[in-house]
Design a protein around this ligand. Structure first.
Ligand code: C2O
Ligand code: CU
Length: 552
């Protein structure tokens, strides 16, 4: 194993992700940020300097469990203080498991501002993947607004709410096309054909392949809002990895991918080699007001300018949830994967509702809308500092008579710091319960992401979860994941073991939803956390504590 060193400067740069010049948050002058490539068991050391002038920054390593290094999780106000302008912070952590991951800002809405990139971990030397391929590609998927992230934050925090609306453009590796299409003949709504030379910042990254080979395509979604469906025109895909865990291979025509998820698929270039093909992404779960994102699968030696004869794959209807559910249900652990413990020690049921608090539109979990304290929880809990946050435990469940099919009233919703104290080394079941939002007949998709852990997905169901659903849990081969979706009016059950001392966020990965309070905090075994670097906690009450230590 190696230590891999990186020196990164985070700064705002002018960039043209979709042909319209914008201000984006870049790393070392690049958007998206540089790809980290490592091997399992390596140490990653990123020296991050904040060159933003007027705002703090942190970076979260999405999917990396941070075993033994909870202070490197990169969550502002949870695992560390935001890094001040001009300051440098060292993220040093082990990547213990091969897989497809990514990183992103985790302070305010900095992910929406474009602060993200890929993190790919190969198997350790002398180890092999449980499948074969001749080459690989990596696609990081995102969505883009022309309205800046600060303006979005203000709008989302306004009374009445000013919703950010749908993204202007879908990006593949930070590249998309606004007001034109690469496949104009089949674009709905009609758009003019893009005229690109290929060197533009918003020109698509073309995938060059040879006939009759098998390729691995790594996919990860860091969208702020959009759920996506991806397809390779004319080609089947075999899903082999999800969130850094191997799955029982299965074959599909198109794949759903929610914000926070990653997959690897294999495809074979077994189609007519004299042609090129489209790779397309489309919005799911929300009325599509964003044109599809496209790039080209270029069979060599064809010219990349050879226009595909086949139109892009026709995506399933945006509200065809049965299609999505059938896909989710196909995801099962590869034989030989770790199995969940047969019983839990505690079950927490989390009701997801949209609420009004003093006229402001918020999201709440069991009626508590998350606000973060000024002192990071990791420090205040580790050092037993009083009054750092509201320690009243949030509810373990929601009232039995709550009707998840009806419009939310939730007249007694409050703000809170949302900390569930979990006993160390116990098995926790979480039931994520969806419900009707504020509007009539509205229930949205929410992809929930857990920090510090993978969890087993035990099952999905419709309507309100009930005790008899437990019998239907899959304890035989549930997939391990770090992100899982709840479908409209449905529930999702998951299980994990509290074996990683630290304070971990568990939240909806839709950036505006998290901003509006859609998350909770899990604290486990914090007394076992080894020496936290002081630089991680030089703010709030822990900052004061270090100052007075110095003075004595
Ligand atoms: Cu990728 Cu807390 O998120
Ligand atoms: Cu959400």
């Amino acid at each position: 194993a190696k230590t891999r060193h990186f020196k990164w400067d985070v700064e705002y740069i002018r960039w043209s992700p979709d042909g319209e010049e914008s201000v984006v948050m870049g790393i070392n002058g690049q958007f998206p940020g540089p790809t980290i490539r490592a091997r399992a068991e390596d140490i990653i050391a990123v020296e991050l300097t904040n060159k933003l002038h007027t705002e703090g920054v942190v970076i979260h390593w999405h999917g990396i469990r941070q075993l033994g290094t909870p202070w490197a999780d990169g969550t502002a106000a949870i695992s560390q203080c935001a890094i001040n302008p001009g300051e440098t912070f060292l993220y040093r952590f082990k990547v213990d498991k091969a897989g497809t991951y990514f990183y992103h800002g985790h302070y305010g809405m900095q992910r929406s501002a474009g602060l993200y990139g890929s993190l790919i971990v190969d198997v350790a030397e002398n180890e092999r993947e449980p499948f074969h391929y001749d080459g690989e590609f990596n696609l990081l998927l995102s969505d883009w607004w022309h309205k800046g992230s600060h303006e979005q934050e203000v709008d989302l925090s306004s009374n009445p709410l000013r919703w950010i609306g749908e993204p202007q453009t879908l990006l593949i590796n930070g590249r998309g096309q606004y007001n034109c299409s690469l496949a104009a003949q089949s674009s709905k709504p009609p758009l003019p054909q893009c005229k690109l030379r290929g060197g533009e910042q918003y020109a698509p990254q073309i995938l060059r392949v040879r006939p009759n080979k098998t390729y691995r395509l790594r996919l990860a979604s860091t969208t702020a809002l959009a759920s996506l469906n991806l397809a390779i025109g004319g080609h089947k895909m075999v899903v082999v990895e999800a969130d850094g865990n191997y799955v029982q291979p299965f074959s599909v025509q198109d794949i759903d991918i929610y914000s926070g998820e990653s997959y690897s698929i294999l495809f074979t270039t077994d189609q007519d080699p004299s042609k090129n093909y489209w790779i397309s992404i489309n919005v799911r779960g929300r009325e599509p007001k964003t044109p599809q994102g496209l790039t080209l699968l270029n069979y060599l030696p064809n010219s990349p300018s050879k226009f595909p004869t086949l139109p892009p794959h026709i995506a399933p209807l945006w509200n065809d949830y049965n299609h999505s559910k059938s896909f989710s249900n196909k995801i099962l652990a590869l034989m030989g994967s770790p199995k969940p413990p047969p019983y839990n020690h505690r079950r927490i049921v989390l009701l997801n509702t949209q609420n009004k608090i003093d006229g402001y539109t918020k999201w709440a979990i069991n009626n508590v809308s998350l606000v973060l304290p000024t002192t990071p929880y990791l420090g205040s809990i580790r050092y037993g500092i009083n009054n750092a946050f509201d320690t009243r435990p949030p509810p373990n469940n929601f009232p039995k008579d709550y009707d998840v099919m009806k419009q939310a009233l939730n007249s007694n919703s409050t703000y809170g710091n949302g900390v569930y104290m979990l006993k160390f080394n116990t098995t926790i079941d979480i039931i994520l319960q969806n419900a009707n939002a504020l509007g009539k007949n509205v229930s949205e998709i929410h992809p929930w992401h857990l920090h510090g852990h993978d969890f087993w997905v035990l099952g999905y169901g419709e309507g309100k979860f009930s005790e008899k659903d437990v019998k239907k849990f899959n304890l035989k081969n549930p997939p391990l994941r770090n992100t899982v979706v709840i479908f409209p009016y449905g529930w999702t059950a998951l299980r994990f073991v509290t074996d990683n001392p630290g304070v971990w966020a568990f939240h909806c990965h839709i950036e505006p939803h998290l901003h509006m309070g859609m998350g909770v905090i899990f604290a486990e075994g914090v007394h076992l956390v080894k020496k936290i670097p002081k630089e991680a906690l030089a703010c709030g009450l822990t900052g004061k504590m270090f100052m007075s230590e110095k003075n004595n």
